[in-house]
Design a protein around this ligand. Structure first.
Ligand code: UD1
Length: 419
């Protein structure tokens, strides 16, 4: 089990190049299964989930290879429509292959993605949407068998909640379906816009991606293309929090500040100076941090649930009392007990966390229990007096490329311990 050893209380300073967005890359890789031509996806982060998606594509009979942040996928000979259980379990977001495989082959076999660390993650909206498009779903030996002998057809699908994964699955299933699909109350996250833009580049007919109404007119075939994955807005938020918690200054390069308004506004309320220009976000936290108004996690353009834990690390040291309300996932405060072990004063009840800023955090041995909660602990350790160990690095590695190398390059005293 690998861990990080961090000696905290060093002000971070310098420039950080931002990685491509994991969540977007995974949906785009599923989309590659729809293409009868070669796709070259650039700016794909080197992360275990991306490699798992590549393994799924290879298993489906596609030729998929990763080289230096570029994934090449040739799905012309895709000859399989089943994803083995161990691959479904390896990556929870593997469910996004459902729409892509059905769209391409009209049938699909997969097991439900494993139970999740953020609370129950049902896929009822995904399945109901596929049924509305003509798919018959039966459960066999714990797996799902999806068939659509007549081929998928377009449908009007109203989502009860703007689910990111369900919106992606419907878009993927609809691009090669017969007729028109209209999704209302669709998710508007930038990753949805990225998926829509990628599919359009491959020959799909889609309008309204990134708005609550997405209209997809089915086409006969998609071709290949070259496309660059959007920057990772959650990793950018994490580095902003690293600057804040250490009283440092970071220049994040290769970001898209337009995706980050709700996050930037929170750091400004915390007393940080934030400047954005083109693809850069500069944050300076030279003044003492102060508490913020209530933060409510919401679908985009609201404050992202994935940034809740990373931002909490900085709030733990911000003078005054801040309140967070987690509206998206029911079990997303698991990092709080570990933060408290580092001296934070945080109480949670249900969706609400009350954070009373403390003057200092103290180094401790803490354990990551999920990806963003793990990142929060790394940030708290960077801002703490003394030495910390953050265990269970495997969670953090799922979303952050070489986190210790990047942080060391801007002055952190951090090393990976492989034991
Ligand atoms: C995606 C992101 C994740 C992010 C989340 C919300 C990926 C790989 N993951 O997850 O990082 O935190 O969006 O921005 O892109 N729900 C149902 N039934 C469904 C589908 C969802 O009840 O069929 C519920 C979920 O349990 C959750 C809420 O809807 O409470 C939001 O989920 P959703 O937007 O679907 O998130 P994911 O796509 O799983």
């Amino acid at each position: 089990m690998q861990k990080l050893a961090i000696r905290g209380a060093k002000r971070l300073s310098g420039e950080i190049p931002l990685q491509g967005a994991k969540n977007s890359a995974l949906a785009l890789l599923a989309g590659c299964a729809l293409c009868s031509g070669e796709v070259r996806l650039k700016n794909c982060p080197a992360l275990s989930d991306v490699f798992a998606a590549c393994r799924i594509l290879n298993k489906l009979g596609c030729k998929c290879s990763y080289h230096d942040h570029c994934v090449s996928v040739d799905a012309r000979d895709m000859n399989c429509c089943a994803v083995p259980e161990e691959l479904m379990r390896e990556m929870r977001s593997s469910i996004v292959f459902l729409g892509a495989i059905l769209g391409r082959k009209g049938e699909c076999e997969l097991s439900p993605p494993g139970g999740c660390e953020l609370g129950p993650r049902p896929i009822d909206m995904h399945l109901s949407a596929m049924e509305q498009m003509g798919v018959r779903i039966s459960e066999e030996y714990g797996g799902m068998c999806c068939e659509c002998p007549g081929g998928l057809h377009g449908a009007r699908i109203d989502l009860g909640f703007p689910s990111v994964g369900a919106t992606e699955n419907i878009m993927l299933a609809a691009v090669l379906a017969k007729g028109e699909t209209v999704i209302t109350n669709a998710a508007t996250e930038p990753e949805i816009t990225d998926l829509g833009n990628f599919l359009v580049r491959c020959g799909a007919r889609i309008r309204g991606q990134g708005t609550p109404t997405v209209v997809i007119s089915g086409v006969d075939k998609l071709h290949g293309c070259e496309y660059s994955v959007m920057p990772d807005r959650i990793v950018a938020a994490t580095f902003m929090s690293a600057a804040a918690v250490t009283g440092g200054e970071l220049d994040i390069k290769g970001a898209d500040p337009r995706h980050m308004r709700s996050v930037i506004s929170v750091f400004q309320q915390m007393n940080c100076s934030v400047f954005t220009y083109d693809d850069r976000i500069f944050i300076s936290a030279k003044k003492p941090l102060c508490a913020v108004n209530t933060i409510r996690t919401m679908p985009y353009p609201g404050f992202p649930t994935d940034a809740q834990a990373p931002v909490m690390a900085a709030l733990a040291k911000a003078a005054g009392t801040s309140v967070m309300v987690e509206n998206i996932f029911s079990n997303r405060y698991r990092h709080v007990d570990e933060l408290v072990r580092m001296g934070a004063d945080i109480k949670t009840e249900g969706k609400v966390a009350v954070i009373r800023g403390v003057k200092k955090l103290c180094g401790a041995t803490v354990r990551a229990l999920d990806l963003r909660g793990g990142a929060c602990l790394v940030l708290a350790a960077l801002g703490a007096q003394g030495e910390s160990r953050v265990e269970n690095l495997c969670y953090i590695d799922r979303g952050y490329e070489n986190i210790e190398t990047v942080l060391r390059s801007v002055g952190a005293d951090i090393k990976r311990i492989k034991s």
